[in-house]
Ligand binder design. Structure first.
Ligand code: FES
Length: 149
């Protein structure tokens, strides 16, 4: 569809310049630190989880436009969702980036589809998944830092 890529790029640029939920979440009861050793970028992800529901989510850190936009979009897509649903969103996102021939779950991906083009650039896949692996670690209650390697 002509113009679709432009639209996607606009959404990504908007998330990069105005990242959503970019703050420290003081009332977080789960958190994790993610690190991309290839570039040194890092992210802190904070969650407030109650009764298996993600009540609130926020992030901070330093990263490239893709990692920042991806983290911002992550916070929007999992906020208010059950932990199980967040896992499904993770799976759909991860599949989109790492399994080029797989059938995609567009209903679950929603706006995250904007990042589909990243799958064509292997080194940038790590940028896009950094926040997502950090989310998984926070949900799993892992204490060691997460890396993309
Ligand atoms: Fe570091 Fe993208 S270049 S996360």
């Amino acid at each position: 569809m002509p113009g679709l890529n432009d639209l996607y790029q606009e959404i990504l640029l908007d998330h990069n310049s105005k990242p959503r939920n970019y703050r420290k979440l003081e009332e977080a009861n789960r958190s994790a630190d993610g690190y991309n050793p290839l570039c040194g970028d890092q992210i802190q992800l904070y969650l407030k989880v109650e009764d298996d529901k993600i009540i609130d989510v926020a992030f901070q850190g330093t990263g490239c436009a893709i990692s920042r936009a991806s983290a911002s979009m992550l916070t929007q897509s999992v906020k208010g969702q059950s932990v199980e649903r967040a896992q499904e969103i993770f799976d759909a996102f991860h599949t989109m980036l790492t399994e080029p021939d797989a059938e995609l779950d567009y209903d679950t991906l929603d706006d995250l589809e904007c990042l589909a083009g990243v799958s064509e650039f292997p080194t940038r896949i790590k940028c896009a998944v950094l926040a997502w692996h950090t989310l998984r670690a926070a949900l799993d209650g892992k204490t060691e830092d997460v890396t993309t390697e």
